[in-house]
Write a protein that binds this ligand. Structure first.
Ligand code: LP5
Ligand code: MN
Length: 256
């Protein structure tokens, strides 16, 4: 696994789920991007920044909500390195988007050499191995041949498929236990062993927390990034800052 060497203050956020119906979340995220440009030395966005990404070609005629988000991401990437990761909703983001923003695609998973040590950073959906139906879906949509066939369809057709997939997913989730939709302990242990790191950071589960584990008699930490939603009742959202002093969660009302 190749390593990103990122000295200084690294900011991380995921699961913002930006879409046409998230104006308040977008406003909060744009404020976060401006703060990151001012205060961070690098910004990592490990997945699901967008609620449903159907292909980079959408940026060629971006609707206003997307144009605004892209403009803010581009402005931040002009000031600090920005790394775009892929989640289970925006696994189709690619080089065209990264180039348009002046950003870099985050390797999956990413090993980051920080001032606090080496970190393993990923979206985290790959660890939900108890969810066989999801892993089957993930294998399909991560297949380059499937992606080529999907991206060859018209944007209206892809939008329709995405909407259908969202509906099927929400319906399927109704009958799943919380455990099935969380990371599997053995998958997480294997990730720590494979990477040989002490700190794993991921999103996806929408269960922000710091978990201290003992793996092979060694202390390990798993940090889960918060999801964002400022458009449905009480606002939530936040990020993680890593510097030589360690890791620190920040949430939106701390920034207000
Ligand atoms: O996303 P969320 O939070 O609801 O649940 C996820 C898992 N589901 C997914 C599926 C995505 O939501 C689908 C939308 C992606 C949009 C952009 C991609 C472009 C369109 C792709 C068209 C195929 O990620 C869910 C997990 C949950 O996280 C917790 O981890 O449980 O997994 C499932 O629910 C898997 C189920 O088997 C549902 C799969 C739905 C997709 C069906 C594909 C057929 C679409 C046919 C279109 C003609
Ligand atoms: Mn996700």
């Amino acid at each position: 696994m190749n390593k990103l060497v990122l000295p200084g203050s690294i900011w991380l956020a995921s699961d913002v789920h930006l879409g046409p119906a998230t104006p308040a979340t977008a406003e909060a995220f744009i404020g976060f991007l401006q703060a990151a440009a001012e205060e961070a030395d690098a910004l990592l966005l490990p997945g699901d920044i967008f609620d449903a990404w159907i292909g980079d070609d959408v940026i060629r005629a971006a609707p206003p909500w997307l144009a605004q988000a892209l403009q803010s991401l581009k402005a931040t990437a002009a000031r600090i390195p920005v790394y775009l990761g892929r989640g289970n909703r925006d696994f189709l983001i690619g080089q065209e988007l990264a180039d348009a923003l002046g950003a870099t695609l985050l390797p999956e998973p990413a090993l980051v050499d920080s001032d606090f040590g080496t970190l393993l950073i990923t979206h985290g959906d790959e660890y939900c191995t108890d969810d066989a139906a999801y892993q089957q879906f993930r294998t399909m949509v991560r297949d380059p041949r499937w992606q080529a066939q999907f991206l060859a369809k018209s944007i209206p057709e892809r939008l329709q498929m995405a909407q259908q997939a969202r509906g099927e997913s929400m319906a399927a989730n109704q009958s799943k236990t919380l455990e099935i939709m969380d990371v599997n302990a053995q998958a997480v242990e294997a990730a720590f062993r494979d990477a040989g790191v002490a700190t794993l950071i991921h999103g996806h589960t929408h269960r922000p927390d710091r978990h201290v584990l003992a793996i092979d008699g060694k202390k390990r930490e798993r940090w889960v990034l918060p999801d964002w939603d400022c458009d449905h009742g009480a606002s939530r959202g936040g990020w993680l800052v890593i510097d030589r002093d360690g890791l620190q969660f920040y949430d939106l009302d701390m920034a207000a």
